[in-house]
Write a protein that binds this ligand. Structure first.
Ligand SMILES: Cc1cc2nc3c(=O)[nH]c(=O)nc-3n(C[C@H](O)[C@H](O)[C@H](O)COP(=O)(O)OP(=O)(O)OC[C@H]3O[C@@H](n4cnc5c(N)ncnc54)[C@H](O)[C@@H]3O)c2cc1C
Length: 345
């Protein structure tokens, strides 16, 4: 293909050569498409060439020879546009093939991490990736690639097992990347903790000390700046085997009942709360069986479990309002009274 010399004709030449869409300054959508993740970048390329195949990339590079070229994967960096040049937009190279047997993924040059993570998680697989779903897979992998899973799986680049690229005039456009996948999820324990600005130094030190000792199965990051409900935020994820039973709602409520009824923050309170939460249903069921055998009073299982909830609910309200230190405090008061009795004076 003959190289183009004028900016005016480059759009037409690209349109004739490419299967993908070509956007010029005169087209609707140009202003939107010339923007990058960083809204302060205001470059005006002469054309935005969407390459839908490897051949499109070859043809776009040939047609644009002599123009500055910007390669756009996820489009998150300032380098994904260029004043007076051609943007090679790879977003149409969006194929993702997962081979579950060999645990590999073949990824088009314009796939983003959000797209790849969604596809790999269908099979409980993942690769380190990055911390922002909009980032391009290739753009991140060409650097070292740092993500939530890196402590367990290593940097993203360590999972690259193959590439297919088009090279021209010192430019290398990756049209396909092959990645090794690792078993991760699909159930993970993730979350974040936000703190006010004044606690940032203390939180940063505690996070650093904790992560130095933490298992590789724990990933995370410390964010400083606005967002996620605070100015100092720890994001964490845990890749180890998550026992769904350990985190079910029923168990969480039981632990809450235990803490509130037993008493906040004391070993005795936890002990009394645990004993109460365990023995109360036993006591109710024995009482019901007794009523059944002696009085012939039949009470349905569902009524018993509702009764249990009502007793717990009433006790929680009672303890929160009247005695926040729970059974532990009542035990202490009882002991004091018994020591004084029968000589209160
Ligand atoms: C908000 C934000 C958060 C970030 N978070 C992380 C993070 O958590 N972890 C991390 O490792 N990095 C992070 N980065 C850095 C990021 O990895 C790099 O900026 C990366 O280059 C972005 O790639 P992209 O495809 O999204 O962006 P683009 O701007 O499209 O691409 C950037 C450059 O990568 C090259 N490139 C992209 N695709 C191809 C391709 N198919 N073939 C050849 N070259 C290509 C080109 O040189 C291109 O100019 C972050 C950046 C930003 C702006």
């Amino acid at each position: 293909m003959a190289a183009v010399t004028s900016a005016a004709e480059v759009v037409d030449v690209l349109r004739a050569a490419l299967g993908g869409e070509v956007i010029g300054p005169e087209d609707a959508g140009f202003d939107l498409q010339r923007k990058t993740f960083n809204a302060m970048v205001d470059a005006r390329p002469v054309a935005i060439a969407h390459c839908a195949s490897r051949e499109d990339v070859v043809n776009a590079l040939a047609a644009g020879s002599g123009f500055p070229i910007a390669i756009r994967g996820g489009g998150t960096s300032d380098a994904s546009t260029v004043d007076g040049g051609i943007v090679i937009d790879l977003s149409a190279l969006d194929a993702i093939e997962i081979d579950v047997e060999s645990r590999t993924a073949r990824v088009g040059g314009g796939v983003t991490w959000g797209e790849l993570d969604a596809a790999t998680q269908e099979h409980g697989l993942a690769v380190t990736g990055a911390r922002l779903s909009a980032l391009g897979v290739v753009g991140v992998a060409l650097g070292e690639g740092s993500g939530w899973l890196e402590r367990a799986l290593g940097p993203t680049s360590s999972s690259v097992v193959g590439t297919e690229a088009v090279e021209s005039d010192g430019l290398r456009v990756v049209t396909r990347l092959d990645l090794r996948l690792h078993p991760v999820g699909p159930e993970l324990l993730c979350g974040f903790l936000s703190f006010p600005r004044e606690r940032a130094p203390e939180v940063a030190r505690a996070y650093r000390d904790h992560m130095e000792r933490a298992s590789d199965q724990v990933g995370g990051g410390l964010l400083l700046g606005a967002g996620l409900g605070g100015v100092c935020t720890i994001v964490f994820c845990y890749l180890g085997t998550v026992e769904p039973e350990a985190f079910n709602l029923d168990l969480s409520f039981r632990i809450l009942f235990m803490v509130v009824i037993g008493g906040l923050g004391t070993v005795l309170g936890s002990f009394l709360g645990a004993a109460f939460v365990t023995l109360m249903p036993v006591f109710l069921s024995v009482t019901v069986r007794f009523l059944d055998s002696v009085l012939g009073l039949r009470i349905a299982e569902s009524t018993i479990s509702n009764l249990e909830l009502m007793v717990f609910g009433a006790l929680i309200i009672f303890f929160l309002i009247v005695e926040p230190h729970g059974l532990a405090r009542l035990w202490q008061i009882g002991k004091e009274k018994l020591r004084l009795w029968p000589f209160p004076h």
